[in-house]
Design a protein around this ligand. Structure first.
Ligand SMILES: [Zn+2]
Length: 139
């Protein structure tokens, strides 16, 4: 696009974009998410290097132990993948400016809640409601 050449709007007076305290907090959350993402990836890589296939088992011929270990690794990997996906989505939402908006009711999610649990997509009220619904579904 040729947007760059059309600088007719007052971009001359260097107006710093003033981030609201909430936006500033969200930027901090983004940084945290990015480093958490990196740690997760590194951790997953390390776990991969320690796959049971490459470990030498004591000569017990214990197939069961190997199975349990493999299942555990797979589950761990699945959980990490899930979390990674959530982190990616949260980062994406921050970039798109939709972060911190409740998926369900469209209200802003409390910043304290976001700081404690950045990957959340629902406000506390909706989350509680959802959990109650899930409980009902189970029974
Ligand atoms: Zn809500």
């Amino acid at each position: 696009m040729t947007d760059k050449h059309v600088s007719t709007h007052k971009s001359s007076n260097k107006k710093k974009i003033n981030l609201s305290p909430r936006q500033q907090k969200i930027q901090e959350i983004k940084k945290k998410l990015l480093s958490q993402r990196k740690e997760l990836l590194l951790g997953a890589l390390e776990a991969l290097n320690e796959l049971p296939g490459q470990t030498v088992f004591p000569d017990l011929g214990d197939q069961a132990t190997a199975e349990i270990d493999r299942n555990f690794m797979l589950r761990l990997k699945g959980r990490e993948q899930k979390l990674l996906k959530k982190i990616d989505e949260a980062i994406e939402r921050i970039e798109q400016g939709t972060f911190g908006i409740c998926d369900r009711c469209g209200q802003e999610i409390n910043i304290k809640r976001l700081e404690a649990r950045p990957v959340t997509t629902m406000c506390i009220d909706c989350k509680t409601l959802q959990e109650e619904e899930e409980k009902l579904m189970e029974t």
